[in-house]
Design a protein around this ligand. Structure first.
Ligand code: FAD
Ligand code: 2HG
Ligand code: ZN
Length: 514
C-alpha cells in the first residue's frame, strides 16, 4: 500500500468557536497568513452574477430538510470549505449544507433553482484549479456524509457507492476482496470518488487501466432543478442511446451533482514490483519508456518521471529519504502481474540491460511493500512539497512526448531569479507533465509572466492546457487554447440545457456565459 500525502481533513482543522481568529489554523496554516487570500477576487477580476442572496428564511428551510448540525453558518465552521488545497482561492460562502442522501440533494437543488441561489459542489476539496471552493457566496454542498458502499459484485468487479466515499477507503475495501480501484492518486486519503468522477481524475494507474470514461459504469446525478438522473448501470456494455454518464465525468460540477457512482474494479495484481532509476537527461527518459514498453509489455503499470529539482525539493522540504543518489532525472517504473518471480525477473532484466547500455546510471528494484511505499511516497509528495517554499503556480498539461519536457527549461530562463524553483514531473506514459513554479508568496508579476505564455506554448506544441486537474476557476478564460470555438459553443448549449439558471458551480470551466 502506498502512503497518502498528509492532507489534513477539513474537520480535523476546524477551529472551535471560542478560538481567536489570529490563533485559528486552516490546513495547518495560521489564519493571519491566509489574509492574502482575501485578494482572490481582485486577483482574478471577477464580478458576482445576479444570484439570489441567502435569507434567514432560506436557512430555516434548509433546516427542515437537513438536521440542524448539517447546516453550517458559523464563520469558523464555514471557513475551511472556502479555501482550496493550494491556498490560492478563497471564497466567501456563508453556508455549508451536508446532505446524507440523494433525496436531500434533490430537495436542496430544487429550492436553490427556484430561488436562484448559486451552489458549489464540494468533495474532498483536493482539487488544484479552484473549482471546489466558492468564489462569492455560493452555498457549499459538501458530500462528506454521503459515504456508504452500496454493493460490490466480486465476480464482475462492479462497485456501487455514494459520492462521498474516500478513494483510499474504497481501495482498502475492494483489496480485501481481491480487487483494486482503477485509479490511484496522491490525494487518495482525502479525495472523494464523486470528486474523482467530476474531475475525470487521472493519476498513477491510468497507463494501465485507462481513464474514468472507461472505468465508470454508471452514475446517479441530480440536475440543477433537482431532477434525479438514474444512469447507475453496472453493465460493461449498454448501447441504448446516448451515453449520458459521460456528461457528468469531468464536467466539474457544472452540469449536475454526482450522487452515486458505479465503477469497474480490476483484479488485484498478485505481484507488484517497482524500479526507481537515475538517468542523465530527458532524452534518455524517453528511450527508457520505449524500452520499458517493449521489454515489460503487458505487466507495465506505471511509468513516471521527475527532474532533479522535483525530487531534491521534496527530499529537503519534507525530509523524505531518496533511495538512490542525486541524478538529473529520475524514472519510476512499476509492473503489476500475476507471477512474482517472472515479473521481478523481467524488471531486473530490464534494469540490467539498460545499465549495460548506459541509459540507467543507478537504480533499485524492489517487490517489498515497505520499500515500494517509500518510493511511491517520494513521488506522490512532490505535489505538496513546493507549498513549503511559499506559493506554487501549478500547471498540468499534456504535450506530445518529443516536447514533453521542453517548457521547463524555457520557463526557468524566462523567470530567472523571480522563481525559487521551476520543476517538471509527471505521468510520462500518459504524455502528462506537471510543471510547478515555486515563489515565496503569490506574485502578480510572476503570474503575468507565466500566463497566458505557458498556454500559448502548449497550444503551439499541440498539447492540452489541462491533462487531468481540469479547468475550474483558474482556467476558463484560457480554455480556447485547447478547445475550438464550435466545441465551446456546444458546451455552452449543454450548460444552458442542463442548468438554465447557471446556478451550478458558476465562474468555473466555461468562459463568460452571456
Ligand atoms: P473536489 O476538490 O472537492 O472538487 C473538484 C471538482 O469537482 C470541483 O469542481 C467540484 O465542484 C466538483 N465536484 C466534487 N464533487 C462533486 C460531486 N459529487 N458532484 C459534482 N461535482 C463535484 N488529480 C489527478 O487527476 N491526478 C493526480 O494524480 C492527482 N494527484 C493529486 C495529488 C495531490 C496531493 C492533490 C492535493 C491533488 C491531486 N489531484 C490529482 C487533484 C485532485 O485530487 C483530483 O482532482 C480529485 O479528483 C478531486 O477530488 P475531490 O473529491 O477532492 O474533489
Ligand atoms: C500528481 O501527479 C498530481 O502528483 C499533482 O497530479 C500535480 O500538484 C501537481 O502539480
Ligand atoms: Zn498527476
Amino acid at each position: 500500500m502506498r502512503f497518502s500525502f498528509a492532507i489534513q481533513t477539513l474537520s480535523s482543522d476546524i477551529p472551535s468557536k471560542s478560538i481567536k481568529k489570529s490563533e485559528m489554523k486552516i490546513y495547518g496554516v495560521y489564519y493571519s497568513q491566509l489574509i492574502f487570500l482575501n485578494y482572490v477576487l481582485e486577483k482574478y477580476k471577477v464580478i458576482r452574477k445576479q444570484f439570489g442572496n441567502i435569507q434567514p428564511s432560506d436557512i430555516d428551510y434548509f433546516k427542515t430538510i437537513l438536521s440542524e448540525d448539517r447546516v453550517l453558518t458559523d464563520e469558523n465552521d464555514v471557513l475551511p470549505f472556502n479555501i482550496d488545497w493550494i491556498k490560492n482561492c478563497r471564497g466567501q460562502s456563508k453556508l455549508v449544507l451536508k446532505p446524507k442522501s440523494t433525496e436531500e440533494v434533490s430537495r436542496i437543488m430544487r429550492y436553490c433553482n427556484e430561488k436562484r441561489l448559486a451552489v458549489c459542489p464540494q468533495g474532498g476539496n483536493t482539487g488544484l484549479v479552484g473549482g471546489s471552493v466558492p468564489v462569492f457566496d455560493e452555498i457549499v454542498l459538501s458530500f462528506m456524509l454521503m459515504n456508504k458502499i452500496i454493493s460490490l459484485d466480486e465476480l464482475s468487479g462492479a462497485l456501487v457507492c455514494e459520492t462521498g466515499c474516500v478513494l483510499e477507503n474504497l481501495d482498502s475495501y475492494v483489496r480485501e476482496r481481491n480487487l483494486i480501484m482503477p485509479l490511484d492518486l496522491g490525494a487518495k486519503g482525502s479525495c472523494h470518488i464523486g470528486g474523482n468522477v467530476s474531475t475525470n481524475a487521472g493519476g498513477l494507474r491510468l497507463l494501465r487501466y485507462g481513464n474514468l470514461h472507461g472505468s465508470v459504469l454508471g452514475v446517479e446525478a441530480v440536475k440543477a432543478d433537482g431532477t434525479v438522473i438514474d444512469c447507475l448501470k453496472t453493465l460493461k456494455k449498454d448501447n441504448t442511446g446516448y451515453h449520458l454518464k459521460h456528461l457528468f465525468i469531468g464536467s466539474e460540477g457544472t452540469l449536475g451533482v454526482v450522487t452515486k457512482v458505479a465503477i469497474h474494479c480490476p483484479a488485484l495484481p498478485k505481484a507488484v514490483s517497482l524500479g526507481f532509476f537515475g538517468v542523465e537527461n530527458f532524452e534518455i527518459v524517453l528511450r527508457l519508456y520505449a524500452s520499458a514498453k517493449s521489454s515489460l509489455g503487458e505487466i507495465l503499470s506505471a511509468f513516471e518521471m521527475a527532474d532533479n529539482d522535483s525530487i531534491s525539493s521534496t527530499v529537503q522540504n519534507l525530509k523524505l529519504p531518496n533511495p538512490i543518489s542525486d541524478y538529473p532525472f529520475y524514472v519510476l517504473v512499476e509492473t503489476s502481474g500475476s507471477d512474482e518471480t517472472h515479473d521481478a525477473e523481467k524488471l531486473t532484466r530490464f534494469l540490467d540491460k539498460e545499465m549495460e547500455s548506459g541509459l540507467i546510471i543507478d537504480g533499485t528494484v524492489t517487490s517489498e511493500p515497505a520499500k515500494m511505499q517509500t518510493i511511491w511516497n517520494l513521488r506522490e509528495s512532490i505535489a505538496g512539497a513546493g507549498l513549503i517554499d511559499g506559493y506554487v503556480f501549478k500547471y498540468d498539461v499534456s504535450i506530445p512526448l518529443a516536447n514533453y519536457y521542453s517548457l521547463v527549461p524555457l520557463l526557468r530562463q524566462k523567470l530567472g531569479s523571480k522563481a525559487i524553483k521551476v520543476y517538471g514531473y509527471g505521468h510520462v506514459g500518459d504524455g502528462n507533465i506537471h510543471i510547478n513554479v515555486t515563489v515565496p508568496k503569490y506574485d502578480q508579476e510572476v503570474c503575468s509572466m507565466l500566463e497566458p505564455y505557458i498556454f500559448e506554448e502548449v497550444a503551439k506544441l499541440n498539447g492540452s492546457i489541462s491533462a487531468e486537474h481540469g479547468v475550474g476557476f483558474r482556467k476558463p478564460h484560457y480554455i480556447h487554447y485547447s478547445k475550438d470555438v464550435t466545441a465551446i459553443h456546444l458546451m455552452k448549449q449543454l450548460k444552458q440545457l442542463m442548468d438554465p439558471n447557471h446556478i451550478l458551480n458558476p465562474y468555473k470551466v466555461l468562459p463568460e456565459l452571456t
